[in-house]
Design a protein around this ligand. Sequence first.
Ligand SMILES: *Cc1c(COP(=O)(O)O)cnc(C)c1O
Length: 338
Amino acid sequence: MHLARIPRIRVAHLPTPLEPLERLSAALGGPEIWIKRDDCTGLSTGGNKTRKLEFLMAEAVAERADVVLTQGATQSNHARQTAAFAARLGIACHVLLEDRTGFREADYTDNGNVLLDRLHGATIEHRPGGTDMNAALDEVRARMAAEGRRPYAIPGGGSNPTGALGYVDAAQELMAQADAMGLAIDHLVTATGSAGTQAGLLVGLEGVNAQVPLLGIGVRAPREKQEQSVYALACATAERLGVPGIVAREDVVANTDYVGAGYGIPTPGMIEALEMFARLEGILLDPVYSGKGAAGLIDLVRKGRFRKGERIVFLHTGGSVGLFGYGFALDAPKERAA
Ligand SMILES: *Cc1c(COP(=O)(O)O)cnc(C)c1O
C-alpha cells in the first residue's frame, strides 16, 4: 500500500510529537508511559479528526462539493474540526448535532465545541437523543441535493474507509518516529468511538508488520459491538488499500469497562485521569474520549495488565475544548487550599 497515491489535502501539523510522561509513569510505578500528541494536529485546537478529514475533504473537493455535511453529539470534536477545515477551503459546512446526553447547561449547549462550530461559520441543526443520525444525515443530504446544491456527507466521526486512511498513515508515522528514537513500543492504547481511529491504526500497524498490540478503550458501545464495528471498518479499509485480509479478528481488542453510565456522561475515573494528566504533566485531556481512555489506561496499569519496564504509548486524540462544555460536571476546576 502506498498512501501518497491517494488524494489528500495536507493541513495537519505532522508528525505530532511523541513524548515520555515521566511524572505520570513514576506516580503509577508500572510501565513507561509515552504519549503521541494528536491533540496537536493544529486545526482549530487539534484532535484526531483532522487526519481523517485530510482524505475526506480531498474527496469532497474532487466531487466539487459546495457544502460539507456531518453529524455528531452536541460537543462533537469531529463537527468542530470539519467546520474549521471547510472554512479553510471556502466550502459551506452544515452539522447535525444529537442531544445524546440530555445536559441542559448553557456551557454544554453553547460553549466549547459548539462555540467554535459557530465561529467557523457552520450552520447547525439539532436532533433529539436516540435519533438514527446517519439516516438523518442522508435526509438532509437529499434535501440539499433537491435544492440544487452539491452536498458531500461525512459519516459520524469521519469513520469510513476514506477517513480511516488518516490513521493508517498515523500508525506508520508513529512507527517511523519510534524507530528513529530507538523506542521499542510494547503496547499502543487509544480511546475508541466511531472506530475509524482504531481501524486505521490496525491496518497501518499490520501494513508495516509492527507487531504492536493495540488496545481500544471504549466510550459508548458494549465490547462485542465495538470490536465488530472496528473489525468491519479495518477490513473495508484494508480492501480499499489493496491488502484485503491483513487484519485478523483477534487483533481487534476493545475494553469497554470505562464507559460508565453512557456516552459523554462523566465518571469518577475520567475526572481522576483529567486531574492526573493536568497536574503531573500539564496536559489537557477531554471529558468524553481521551479522559475515559486515560482512565482505562490508569486503572489497567494499577491492575498489572502491563509489566513494569514495558513501554506503552497512549494516543492523545484531542478534545480538550470539550472541557469548556463540561465545567458544571467536573470537580477538577475546584481550588485546593494552599
Ligand atoms: C472522535 C474522537 C475519538 C474517537 O475516535 P474514533 O475514530 O471515533 O473511534 C477519540 N478522542 C477524541 C477526542 C475524539 O474526538
